[in-house]
Design a protein. Structure first.
Length: 156
């Protein structure tokens, strides 16, 4: 879903929770999804891709509080990444979607380069978090940061 920009951002959050087999991770994914819905007004990944293709990446455009919300959402997903390689990559791609947008294929090379760079950085950070941060601490921190992302949207 995250790689193809199809589906629903809230469903993606729930599926990430199932992939991690953890209720706190599922809640983190849904709260990040709610923050994305609050910013863009839709839960459709295709609409999110279109909005970010026109307006720009969420992490660097718009009001500062909304940009900070995108970064907090990505950080929450990165912290919530489990220690299994395939699941870690899935969480990282979802985090890159939140910041850089899921529109990997668009006209011009700029958006694709930004998306690839964001994906690579997110994968590296997710593997670092899954390896070096104790799982229980990472889950709590992820939920706190996800709630912060939603609160930043409300404050904006």
């Amino acid at each position: 879903m995250a790689a193809t920009s199809s589906g629903d951002v809230l469903l993606l959050g729930v599926l990430l929770g199932f992939a991690a087999a953890d209720l706190a991770v599922g809640a983190t994914g849904v709260v990040v999804g709610l923050a994305v819905v609050g910013r863009w007004g839709t839960s459709s990944l295709a609409a999110l891709a279109g909005g970010q293709a026109v307006v720009g990446a969420a992490g660097v455009t718009g009001p500062a509080l909304l940009a900070a919300s995108a970064w907090c959402g990505a950080a929450a997903l990165t912290l919530a990444a489990p220690r299994r390689p395939v699941a870690t990559v899935a969480f990282a791609l979802a985090a890159a979607d939140v910041v850089a947008g899921p529109a990997a294929l668009s006209s011009g090379g700029g958006p694709l380069a930004v998306r690839v760079a964001a994906s690579l950085v997110a994968v590296l950070l997710a593997f670092f978090a899954a390896t070096w941060i104790p799982p229980r601490l990472a889950r709590v921190a992820a939920l706190v940061v996800a709630v912060s992302a939603a609160m930043l949207v409300v404050a904006a």
